[in-house]
Design a protein around this ligand. Sequence first.
Ligand code: OOG
Ligand code: NI
Length: 415
Amino acid sequence: MSRSKRLEIWQLRARFATALSAMYGAEVPAYTMLVRVSEQVNRDYLARHPAAERLGSLERVTAERHGAIRVGSPAELAAVADLFAAFGMVPVGYYDLRTAASPIPVVSTAFRPVDNGELARNPFRVFTSMLATRDRRFFADELRRRVETFVGQRRLFDPALIARARQIAADGGCDAREADEFVAQAVAAFALSPEPIDRDWYDELSRVSAVAADIAGVASTHLNHLTPRVLDIDELYRRMTAGGIAMIDTIQGPPRTDGPQVLLRQTSFRALAEPRRFRLDDGTVIEGTLRVRFGEVEARGVALTPKGHRRYDAAMAAPDPAQVWARYFPSTDVEMAAQGLAYYRSGDPSKPVVYEDFLPASAAGIFRSNLDSDAEAAQVADDSGYSLGWLTAAIDRPIYDPYALYEASAQETAA
Ligand code: OOG
Ligand code: NI
């Protein structure tokens, strides 16, 4: 009798990413077009710039995605952490989007693999935001209580799924038959629910913030977007626009420059109206639409050191960052490495360490660009206490420091 094949954690992660992509493509057809155009852009770009593979092989970049999900409480975030650990994805970084120019009432982290071998095999990551119910500027006491009660009573994940995830993480994999079922169940937990939405509750939360309604106005969570990676985001933007898709006005993050690509550039198409069912207060169920989920695309460059990041912030503070960029950044990797602005494996400028994380300003911008209404923050003190330390304690798990990870990658002997 032959034993069923064993799958490693990274294989589970690759399957998870692929299956989520298939589901999201079925849910949001414009996503499929975005993926197709991204693949064409990558092939065309590499044909003209073979050296671009130093930022990731065509195979890695083609398979690469990040997802975004939103949850309502530390307990839900801890469950997400348990689930994602089975795919080798751990929380990295702390993002406080309440401090953005136009604040979003969430604090976030990103789940991703952390070591180079794992990233090279499959770098799937999920930006995960938690509703900031403790922040009185958004949630008055009474509303906070009702939101926390609602969230406390729902169940995002079957406890058996979480128990199985814990087991798989501890065992470092599972057999192929179990994997099929586990991945399918994990993916299903992020599908858009057909359950009718309580309209009064959803509307009440929408008046606080569209994000609050998306998170706590419904009984389940869902993938908000799933983002393919491109090597040339300006070209992608042109092709999507030429294909008749209305993109947001800008590409977020660093400007296009002739020098080394740094950090992360992102853009998206506007959320499309999706059919959803609503329950009215008299119990009738009606058909309606919501405009919440969108199509985002990203381009990744070299990771900046803290010194490089300070330069980045200074350049971005200018009215036109592209115009002043050269004052802050040299035009070659050799100079970037020599000035200690970016991470390179073993210090070798031909081996950039790719930026694997997110940018708070872009993240807030991405949220913002796709919300129809704005949060009205009340003029009261924020005594919520949210911080990296708070979130670490609340989910009872270490949250990795991105700079320490880049530092470790840079020290690793180049392959
Ligand atoms: C997350 C927005 C952040 C990114 O790429 O910066 C993000 C969300 O909309 O839930 O995904
Ligand atoms: Ni995103």
